[in-house]
Design a protein around this ligand. Sequence first.
Ligand code: DC
Length: 213
Amino acid sequence: MIIAIDGPAAAGKGTLARRMAAHFGYAYLDTGLLYRATGWKVLQSGGDPEDAEAATAAAEALTPTELNNPDLRLDEAAQAASKVSAVPGVRAALLQFQRDFAHKPPEGKPGAVLDGRDIGTVVCPDAPAKLFVTASVEIRAERRLKELLEKGIEAIPARVLQDMKERDERDSSRASAPLKPAEDAFLLDTSTMDAEAAFAAALSFVDGKTKTI
Ligand code: DC
């Protein structure tokens, strides 16, 4: 079983994907981490994340241990990720790893939950259950701000909103695997939902799908 969860930043897909994986006993892959690790590596070596050659080389050399770096959660890593993710060579380099994870989940788990931007459209177009999780950009910026404050990081609200809009624009307008819902995805707008309500709605959709397989 493969559950594909896509959507823009801070829509709640990570929380939802983790809960879903725990509920079904499936493996979970946060695919954004692959792009964050690639972007971060380019930044650390003094390169430009928009340099296709440097970004592709970084993606090709990525190792699983690099995904554990806590710095990947920084907004700087998110912006770099959004830049390297527009490079077709980067997407090609990361594709097989994601597909292998989905089709042969680690530890012999009976299924996998992957979250990202193009899981339902490109990585696993045959996934039996696809969700597209979204929320208004203002709500998502508010959630991100709250997250930052909880971590003790000071942030300017207008700046967080601006960064979010820039990332949405870059992720949606790129030519290679842009952020968009798969035609057969269940659209879940979490603007007025808490994590509990989002989980309940997603679960009832996925339960319906597993019964028909
Ligand atoms: O989900 P996230 O915020 O960790 O993702 C960081 C960036 O990585 C995001 O702005 C776009 C890119 N990304 C992608 O292009 N495809 C994915 N499947 C996951 C993330």
